[in-house]
Design a protein around this ligand. Structure first.
Ligand code: GDP
Length: 336
C-alpha cells in the first residue's frame, strides 16, 4: 500500500486541538491532563478528536522506558513508586505514573485515586500522576492507559510507571504494554508458589522483595526461593535472566539497585533488537485486540443477530443445535 493512502487525520485537527497538541509537546501538564480526559471520554465526537490528537503526537512517542509494577494491596507499591520517583527526579528524570485497576469502578476508589498517596511526588513538577480511569472493563481501562502512556511520552516524560494490583488478569494486561514488568513481593515464604500457579512468574522481568527491613532473614529465604523458582523456568529472552532484588521502600534502601537493573535490562535487550521487537509485538497485539472487540460489538449490534440470538441460544442450551451450527448461522447474518 502507498503510505500516502494511510489516513493520517492530523490534517483535520481543529485549531483548538492543534493548540492542545502543541501544549502537550511543550510538556504542559494541564494540557496533558486535558488530552487524557479527552481519550477517556466515551463520547463518539471526543473519541474521534482523541484519535486525531494521538495520531498527531505519535511521532513523538516511544522515547520513555515503560515499567510495570504489580503487587497485592499493601505490598508497598505506592511507597516504592514515591521513593523511586523522588530518586529519579534527583537524577534529572521526569516520570509519569499511571494505573490499571479495573476494580476501581466497583470499589469506588481507584489505586492512585487517594490523594494522600505519593504525597511528595504529587507536589513535584517533574512528576505526573494519573489514577486509573473508572471505565469499567479491563479492556477499556487498559486501552485508555495505553493511550495515556503515549501522551505522557509525547509530553517528554522519560519514565512511565504503570501500577497495577496483583489480582486477576490485570497483571498480564499490564505486562503486555510495558518494556519491563516487575513483581513487588512481600517477604512471606510461600507466596512464590502462588505466583507460579497463577502463571505470573513467566511474565516477570524482575522480582522485587519489598519490606526487607522488617525481617532480613526471611527476606533472604524468600529471595532464594524466588531465584530457584525463576531458575526452573525458561527465560523469555536468552539474554536476560530476571533478577530477584530486595529493598526497603520505606527506608529508601535499594532504590538505586532497582534502577541499575532497569538500565542493565535495556543494555541487554536493545542491541539485540529484542526491546524494539517486544514493542512492535505489543502494538500489533493491541491493534488485534481492538479489531476483535470492534467486530464483537458490530456482531452484537447487528439487527438479524439480535433477532435470532435468543432462539439459537436456547436451542444450543437444549441440545437441539450444535454450538458450531449456531455460531455459523449467526456469523452468516453479518454477510447480508
Ligand atoms: P500498596 O497498597 O501496595 O500501594 O502499599 P503501600 O505503599 O500503601 O504500603 C502499605 C503499607 O506498607 C504502608 O503502611 C507502608 O508504610 C508500608 N511499607 C511500604 N514499604 C515498606 C517497607 O519497605 N518497609 C516497611 N516496614 N513498611 C513498608
Amino acid at each position: 500500500m502507498n503510505l500516502s493512502e494511510v489516513p493520517v487525520s492530523a490534517h483535520s485537527l481543529s485549531s483548538a486541538d492543534q493548540t492542545l497538541v502543541e501544549s502537550v509537546l511543550a510538556g504542559q501538564r494541564r494540557a496533558l491532563a486535558k488530552a487524557i480526559t479527552l481519550i477517556e471520554s466515551t463520547r463518539a465526537d471526543h473519541q474521534q478528536r482523541a484519535q486525531q490528537v494521538l495520531n498527531a503526537l505519535l511521532p513523538k512517542t516511544g522515547n520513555a522506558v515503560r515499567i510495570g509494577i504489580s503487587g497485592v494491596p499493601g505490598a508497598g507499591k505506592s511507597t516504592f513508586i514515591e521513593a523511586l520517583g523522588v530518586w529519579l527526579i534527583e537524577q534529572g528524570k521526569k516520570l509519569a505514573v499511571l494505573a490499571v485497576d479495573p476494580s476501581s469502578s466497583v470499589s469506588g476508589g481507584s489505586i492512585l485515586g487517594d490523594k494522600t498517596r505519593m504525597e511528595q511526588l504529587c507536589q513535584r513538577e517533574e512528576a505526573f500522576i494519573r489514577p486509573s480511569p473508572s471505565a469499567g472493563s479491563l479492556g477499556g481501562v487498559a486501552e485508555k492507559t495505553r493511550e495515556a502512556m503515549l501522551l505522557c511520552e509525547a509530553a517528554g516524560f522519560d519514565v512511565i510507571i504503570i501500577e497495577t494490583v496483583g489480582v486477576g488478569q490485570s497483571e498480564t494486561t499490564v505486562a503486555g504494554m510495558v518494556d519491563m514488568f516487575c513483581l513487588l513481593q512481600l517477604p512471606n515464604a510461600g507466596d512464590d508458589l502462588q505466583a507460579i500457579k497463577k502463571g505470573i512468574v513467566e511474565i516477570a522481568d524482575m522480582v522485587v522483595i519489598n519490606k526487607a527491613d522488617i525481617d532480613r532473614q526471611a527476606t533472604a529465604v524468600v529471595r532464594a526461593q524466588w531465584r530457584n523458582a525463576l531458575h526452573m523456568l525458561r527465560p523469555a529472552s536468552p539474554n536476560w535472566a530476571p533478577p530477584v532484588i530486595a529493598l526497603s521502600a520505606l527506608h529508601k534502601e535499594g532504590i538505586a539497585e532497582f534502577w541499575e537493573q532497569v538500565e542493565k535490562y535495556q543494555a541487554a535487550l536493545k542491541p539485540t533488537g529484542e526491546f524494539q521487537a517486544k514493542r512492535q509485538h505489543q502494538s500489533l497485539s493491541w491493534m488485534w485486540q481492538l479489531i476483535d472487540s470492534g467486530l464483537r460489538q458490530h456482531f452484537r449490534q447487528h439487527p438479524r443477530v439480535q433477532a435470532n440470538l435468543p432462539a439459537l441460544t436456547l436451542s444450543v442450551e437444549q441440545g437441539n443445535t450444535t454450538p458450531a451450527a449456531a455460531a455459523y448461522a449467526l456469523l452468516d447474518y453479518l454477510k447480508h
